[in-house]
Design a protein around this ligand. Structure first.
Ligand code: BGC
Length: 749
């Protein structure tokens, strides 16, 4: 009892301290704002790129000189793409030592999956369903990035996407809003830690607000035209989760949503984000997205675009260079109220105070720290841990895997088998090229088998750290005969196929989801001489591989796993790590099924009532190749004893299940709970993930798992954006993927 009172008092004290700190910060901001001229305020809303322009056109000659002048006169609030303790210090000095008020700049960078130590692409990490490991991965990225002078990352990308054609699915957590919320929180916590002012934490940025993942036909930057139900229930929840986790910033998006570009969207940024959610951080535009409103046919010119963007709540201009040009005129002419400028600047200054930049603008600029922490062995260990956990075993017929550790002849074939670059994936701007452990190197750590290697079809040469369009070899078959020859002699063939690291990511949409180049041909040629094939897939998106699923006995989804890729893959192939990943996105049979996702609506004609007139294709089943939540293990799991309690007065339902490891080895399983609200005032999907638990079980061991459903899980947003919980029948489904489940039900009164 006494202990309880002390805990309560301590909690109250902490709340009081933090409220007092907030008040003090707000008072400091007031004082600073009072000293600032309108130009200086506008300067805070201006961001420039440094070294190179990652995704947009490079600035014209001579422009840099003007930028330096702007930095020195306090006309730049932030920079992106400047990195390195020394480089950041030099830029920061320009602003702090020269400008009238010495306001420090905030330094942003796309720290998407690791910094130097590169962790798996975010989609792969989502396949781990391991929130602690995901948080740790973001932590490592923050430690290295902050040691290199940075204090802000443009991550996590929390865009839900159901379209594997969209290249940026590699950057997100997949198709599900519930998993997306959990991962958004884990990533924000990992980047920001407990204390944003510490020198090893960085501000995070939830992007791209909003609906960027719903680009029509999966084509990047394309229009999103979606209904309110999808917006409220699928798109917005991970953003809200990030805001609730205290994410310091938001980034808006390139796309228009239902006719209004997100950057000029009052409904999204003012009404929902800053209004309903009372969000206190700032919103940065996406690269040039303010000026792009002209091409959207929404703004007449740069002046008009600036007016629309600020009035809609876009606080900082990334690389449109328009605010610095036009905002003064717009305030003077009354088109923008100065109060809106003050609000934007207050938000930006707040982030700088929270980061501790006013106490020490150089706190992230310690070269010794940088030298010690980059590629630290602990970071390598974390990268290996999450890489192993991200691998998904898709097929293992006849127990081909795990491989025996000695006495076997193994042929390693494929353009990606020796590749040290593709496993780093896209969006790894700080990584050193060609530094991933390749599959060949990983396999060499097990020396008692005999390894022979052949690319089969050569990988294209000459990749740079950010190549634009890459193609896998499409016409050179000269290496095929060697591959077939070594396959003939081997006991087991491991084929490493998939996508080049830069075939996914921004601007890399694909209309075909098969194996690019000559890889399918190679796979079939090898299969003709040896059927004992383990197909290791490296890719940044779901692929449609029905032939492989029909013919190849073992398939391992290894995504792009970062620096430790080859070790993680070899440890899984040899059974030193028992795979535990589950797909965060549905894998289609054919690109024509896309968008395909597990939480679809039933329609009025869901099942075959007669041959023709129901919702289906005439040339493909409706089912995917591999469903959401799917993944195998070297052991097997059994679900029994589903038990569902009656709802309590406060509408809490307890769901119990017994999970048993029925195989011979220890393993981890991700038990997933789905619900279906049978009848609702706005129709609900056939199932929705509402809980999961990753559990470790020894061979033969059983555990009872308890899931708790509350109003938070049982309701939905109606088309007015109001969260409602409706009475009626609910189905409950629990299992190891979204299809094979034990089912029960309850009624909510
Ligand atoms: C991307 C953003 C990224 C920004 C800065 C844009 O092209 O859409 O996600 O943060 O560039 O590099």
């Amino acid at each position: 009892m006494k202990k309880g009172i002390f805990t309560l008092l301590a909690a109250l004290l902490l709340v009081n301290i933090s409220m007092a700190q907030n008040d003090a910060t707000e008072a400091q901001i007031d004082a600073l704002l009072a000293k600032m001229t309108l130009e200086e305020k506008i300067g805070q809303m201006n961001q420039y790129s440094g070294f190179f322009d990652a995704t947009g056109p490079a600035p014209a000659e001579g422009y840099t000189k003007e930028r330096y002048e702007h930095i020195k006169t306090g006309m730049v609030g932030s920079m992106l793409n400047v990195r390195g303790a020394k480089e950041v210090r030099a830029m920061q000095e320009l602003a702090v030592e020269n400008s009238r008020l010495g306001i420090p700049m905030i330094f942003g960078f796309d720290v998407i999956h690791g910094f130097k130590t590169t962790t798996p692409i975010p989609l792969a990490e989502a396949a781990s369903w391991d929130l602690e490991a995901i948080e740790q991965s973001a932590r490592v990225a923050a430690i290295e990035a902050s040691a290199a002078g940075l204090n802000w990352t443009f991550a996590p990308m929390v865009d839900i996407s159901r379209d594997a054609r969209w290249g940026r699915v590699m950057e997100g957590a997949g198709e599900d809003p519930y998993l997306g919320c959990m991962i958004a929180k884990a990533r924000v916590n990992g980047f920001q830690g407990q204390d944003l002012s510490a020198n090893n934490t960085i501000a995070a940025c939830a992007k791209h607000f909003a609906a960027y993942g719903f680009a029509e036909s999966g084509k990047d930057y394309n229009t999103a035209d979606i209904g309110l139900s999808t917006l409220y229930n699928v798109v917005l929840p991970p953003f809200k989760a990030a805001a609730e986790a205290g994410v310091a910033t938001f980034m808006n998006s390139f796309n228009e949503l239902n006719g209004i570009p997100a950057t000029g969207n009052v409904f999204l940024q003012r009404d929902i984000l800053k209004g309903e959610w009372a969000y206190k951080g700032f919103v940065v535009s996406d690269w040039g997205s303010i000026t792009e409103m002209i091409d959207h046919s929404y703004a007449e010119n740069g002046l008009h675009a600036s007016e629309l963007a600020v009035n809609a709540g876009s606080d900082m201009d990334m690389e449109s260079h328009l605010y610095v040009k036009h905002l003064k005129k717009l305030v003077e002419s009354g088109k923008i109220a100065e109060a809106k400028i003050d609000d934007a600047v207050r938000r930006i200054l707040r982030a700088k105070f929270q980061l501790g930049l006013f106490d020490d603008p150089y706190k992230y600029c310690d070269e010794t720290r940088e030298e010690t922490l980059i590629y630290h062995e602990d970071h390598m260990a974390s990268a290996l841990d999450i890489a192993k956990k991200s691998i998904v075993l898709l097929k293992n017929e006849g127990g081909l895997l795990p491989l025996p550790k000695e006495g076997k002849k193994i042929a390693l074939i494929g353009p990606l088998a020796e590749d040290k670059n593709s496993p780093l994936g896209n969006w790894r701007l700080a990584s050193d090229d060609h530094t991933a452990i390749s599959v060949v190197e990983g396999m060499q750590a097990y020396p008692s088998n005999e390894l022979t290697v052949s690319q089969g079809v050569a990988l294209i040469e000459g990749e740079t750290s950010f190549p634009s369009h890459v193609k896998l070899n499409e016409d050179d078959r000269s290496g095929m005969s060697k591959a077939v020859k070594i396959a003939k002699k081997a006991d087991v063939v491991i084929m490493v196929l998939g996508e080049h690291g830069f075939q996914s990511g921004e601007g890399r949409s694909r209309s075909n989801l098969g194996l690019p180049g000559l890889q399918q041909e190679l796979l079939e040629a090898v299969y003709k001489v040896n059927k004992n094939i383990v197909l290791v897939l490296m890719n940044g998106r779901p692929l449609a591989l029905p032939w492989a699923d029909d013919h190849i006995p073992a398939i391992v989804e290894a995504w792009q796993l970062g620096t430790q890729s080859g070790h993680a893959i070899a440890q899984v192939l040899y059974g030193d790590y028992n795979p535990s990943g589950k797909l965060p996105m549905t894998f289609p049979r054919d690109v024509g099924q896309v968008p395909i996702y597990y939480n679809y609506k039933n329609t009025g004609r869901p099942g075959p009532k007669n041959e023709v007139f129901w919702s289906h294709y005439t040339d493909q089943p409706n089912t995917p190749l591999y469903p959401f939540g799917y993944g195998l293990s070297y052991t097997s799991f059994e679900y029994t004893d589903l038990n569902i309690s009656d709802p309590t007065a406060d509408r809490t339902v307890e769901v119990n299940i017994t999970l048993k490891n029925t195989g011979n080895v220890e393993g981890e399983e991700v038990a997933q709970l789905y619900i279906r609200d049978r009848v609702a005032s706005v129709t609900r999907p056939v199932k929705e993930l509402k809980g999961f638990k990753k559990v470790e079980l020894k061979a033969g061991e059983s555990k009872t798992l308890t899931f708790t459903l509350t109003e938070k899980e049982l309701g939905f947003y109606n088309n007015e954006g109001k969260y409602v919980v409706e009475t009626g029948d609910f189905e409950v489904m629990v299992g190891g993927n979204s299809v094979e489940t034990l089912n029960g039900e309850f009624r909510l009164e």
